[in-house]
Design a protein around this ligand. Sequence first.
Ligand SMILES: [Fe+2]
Ligand SMILES: [Fe+2]
Length: 287
Amino acid sequence: MKFELHHVDILTDDMEKSLAFYQEKLGMQLIFHSDAAGTDVAFLADRANTNFYIELVGPPFIDFQDAFFKQHGPLMDHFSYLVDDADVWYEKLRPEGVDFITKPEEFLGVKEFYFYDASGTIAEIMMFQDPSFALGPPTEAAPFNGVDYRLHHLSITCKDIAELERFYVEKIGMQTVHENRPEGYIFLADPELVADKSREAPLLEIMGPPGLREREQAFINRHGPGIDHLCFVVDDVDEAHEELVSKGVAFDVEPMDYEGNRIAFFKDPNGIDLELMLPIPREHLVT
Ligand SMILES: [Fe+2]
Ligand SMILES: [Fe+2]
């Protein structure tokens, strides 16, 4: 059954500041913004049209998001898969003993439901009901004088990588495409998208012991398992770092070599960790 990673959601108490940050510092483009359904929802796309989006949601929040926000404050509360038929997925996951938060419901032109994964992280499965609503890049790109930031992966930090991997492989059908278990990380993707050479597949990273570093351990101590960072790839991490610093962005982790890549970490206005890294060459992904 066709599915693909579609977006990661940030709950924010300052929509204006969040929109300004992602648009002005990272050149993302606003492709949807509405409070018609009673909650403030915006979608942002990167300039490369990766088909992987950031959703920003501002108050008033719907019930389970309100509970999440009261517990954690601004944070990424869920990520989402786009599928052809949300009802079929709901029926497929029901016998698997998945812990559902909602049944398929209509909201803003999509049909969607939410559930907890094996780590307690919230995931969403959605379909477009009204094809005219389908999100796409803006027809005219807003000018941006900066490097090219492409959304690459979201990362869940958990206590047991193997348990969570089983959940996403056996119940959802993702495939582990890149891993370094002693260092405590694996990457998963939709197998069809990885095989499709015409586009980049957005990845789901799962991190956990024994490789948890200080930043990840601090996240677990504070929030428990959950979505702890979002990553953009750039062609030159040091150049992007320099540009962001010149725009007033502070870095928690300065550019450093890591596992044959180069990484750095900074924060968005909600305190969310954002990673920069170089692309993972396609030949390093298992297909
Ligand atoms: Fe969502
Ligand atoms: Fe990462």
